[in-house]
Design a protein around this ligand. Structure first.
Ligand SMILES: [Mn+2]
Length: 261
């Protein structure tokens, strides 16, 4: 789960199937389509997704296929996430309830099968299952072999960093959730208040209108699919790059009205 930062990394928040905005982001960051379907940065920067690339928005398959190809080619990395894990289990044939936008992934696959046939659909589903089943809960980014940044979906405790257990995986997928309130919304504890030290933790999952910087942690989920924006954190530049949503795809209210994810 260690990645060398090299010349630089571009860490991208929750895409949620908003493929058009994601492509616009890649252009803005300077990545170019090499004609082989792969986007590369001319200086050799590395792309890192914090997961939840699918569900809720219009183009889950395109987003998942992008990461399938780019992870395989060593051009990108993607962490585990709550929607990613749900879709992984669904693709594995386990009994799961598809909701909160995951049902759209199933619909997309039905249309995909109509268009491309059963064989190709089965192959893609199998490849995606393997990708999503094997994503790590977090990555540790290093500069000159020194740990600098932790990338994870929903949060992490300091003592979990560099370890992988089922409890740690769940924490990184869902954050520090203490049950649900009377409306079914998760009650979230603020794990980031307990983070200490210089290691920078970049996370997403819980949409905030602007990047939220607390105790060397930065939330970069700005609610793209809810009509907000897609955020990239660039290191070593320590800059944010934004792409605004073309619309609110979620069928729900905007990000100021927090939504169960
Ligand atoms: Mn999430």
């Amino acid at each position: 789960m260690k990645i060398d930062i090299g010349i630089g990394v571009d860490i991208i928040g929750d895409i949620h199937a908003c493929f058009e905005e994601f492509l616009e982001m890649l252009e803005k960051l300077g990545y170019r389509n090499g004609g082989d379907g792969l986007y590369r940065h001319p200086e050799g920067r590395t792309l890192i997704s914090l997961g939840d690339v699918m569900s809720r928005g219009p183009q889950s398959i395109a987003c998942m296929e992008f990461f399938l190809k780019h992870v395989k080619a060593g051009l990108a990395y993607m962490t585990d996430s709550n929607h990613g894990w749900k879709i992984a289990r669904w693709l594995d044939g386990r009994k799961v309830q598809l909701k909160h936008g995951d049902e759209l992934v199933e619909q997309e696959f039905l249309a995909y099968e109509q268009l491309h046939g059963t064989k190709r659909t089965k192959q893609l589903k199998n490849d995606l299952k393997h990708l999503l089943m094997n994503t790590p809960s977090h990555y540790i980014l290093q500069e000159n072999n020194i740990d600098k940044i932790v990338c994870t979906h929903a949060g992490i405790k300091d003592e979990f960093i560099g370890r992988e257990t089922s409890r740690i995986k769940d924490f990184c997928r869902y954050g520090d959730v203490a049950g649900t309130d009377e409306n079914g919304k998760p009650i979230r504890r603020d794990w980031f208040l307990n983070h200490k030290g210089e290691l920078l933790i970049i996370w997403g999952h819980d949409p905030k209108p602007e990047p939220m910087i607390i105790n060397n942690t930065i939330n970069i989920d700005q609610g793209l699919v809810f009509g907000g924006k897609l955020t990239t954190y660039r290191y070593p530049e320590k800059e944010f790059v934004f792409v605004n949503a073309k619309q609110n795809y979620s069928g729900r209210e905007g990000i100021d009205n927090p939504i169960q994810k």
